[in-house]
Design a protein around this ligand. Sequence first.
Ligand SMILES: NC(=O)c1ccc[n+]([C@@H]2O[C@H](COP(=O)([O-])OP(=O)(O)OC[C@H]3O[C@@H](n4cnc5c(N)ncnc54)[C@H](OP(=O)(O)O)[C@@H]3O)[C@@H](O)[C@H]2O)c1
Length: 268
Amino acid sequence: MERDFPKIEYKFIGNTGEKVSEIGLGTYGITDYKKGEEAFAYAIERGIDLIDTAEIYNTEDFVGRIIKRFGREKLFIITKVWPKNIVSKDSTIKAAKGSLTRLGTSYVDLILIHWPHRTMSIKEQVKNIEAVQKGGLSRFIGVSNFSVDQLEEARHSTASTEIVCNQVKYNLDERGIENDVLPYCTDNGLSVIAYTPISKGEASGDPVFRDVVNRSGKTAIQVSLNFLLSHKEVIPIPKTEKLEHMREIMGSLGWKLDEREFALLSKK
Ligand SMILES: NC(=O)c1ccc[n+]([C@@H]2O[C@H](COP(=O)([O-])OP(=O)(O)OC[C@H]3O[C@@H](n4cnc5c(N)ncnc54)[C@H](OP(=O)(O)O)[C@@H]3O)[C@@H](O)[C@H]2O)c1
């Protein structure tokens, strides 16, 4: 390990009192498991402990291999239940058990409703995901792709636990959550787990962004990720299965945009 590798920071997950690494590892679309494992090992050996998967990603087996290699207690594992399985308590628990079998573990740390089911009430969906936690299959519960109204309803539908996060799309080109979901989560102690956080679109051509990148001595991806994680409740989960890309991602840690640069990017 490089001796001078910057110390990474850890952030609270909701109001759980527990912390996870300030970025996590996305897994959607990983196809080369061998290379992927090498890239993940690089990050985990440097302190990253959060891994995101889902029952529909076809990567729970891959994550299982990582768990086996690094040890269950060293990692914070998120998985998700697809809407068609959230329809009853039994089907939700069955889906969670399927995930656990593929992951080779008896529990995940956090299980999410992947997308709100279109026709079922939020209350019922939350009751079903809460049953997974009550059964000891997940330590915490959360949601993904929920609007503020849906979040509000979800938070008031739990019987004996709290929704700890909303996992939503957030990158420098797609900043809609800054208007509603982000402030709502800040005010109510929820983590925002930012998916598709690597901005490779319009922002890269924006002169203000270019200027910040040029002066920072960092790459566009590093500046984009650093901007996201400057928000205290935001935890980006970039996906890569390539070691050189993971190195670049890890280079977004251990430094901060100065106030002026952050303000310039905030205005966009
Ligand atoms: N809750 C949801 O509904 C939802 C939806 C989408 C995603 N997610 C989660 O969020 C994770 C991340 O989102 P995402 O996969 O959509 O997008 P992303 O992480 O923003 O981007 C992934 C893409 O960027 C490439 N990449 C990574 N590092 C790079 C680098 N340093 N230079 C150039 N290219 C690089 C990856 O290719 P290489 O692998 O070749 O590097 C991949 O094509 C997913 O894996 C998944 O776990 C959740």
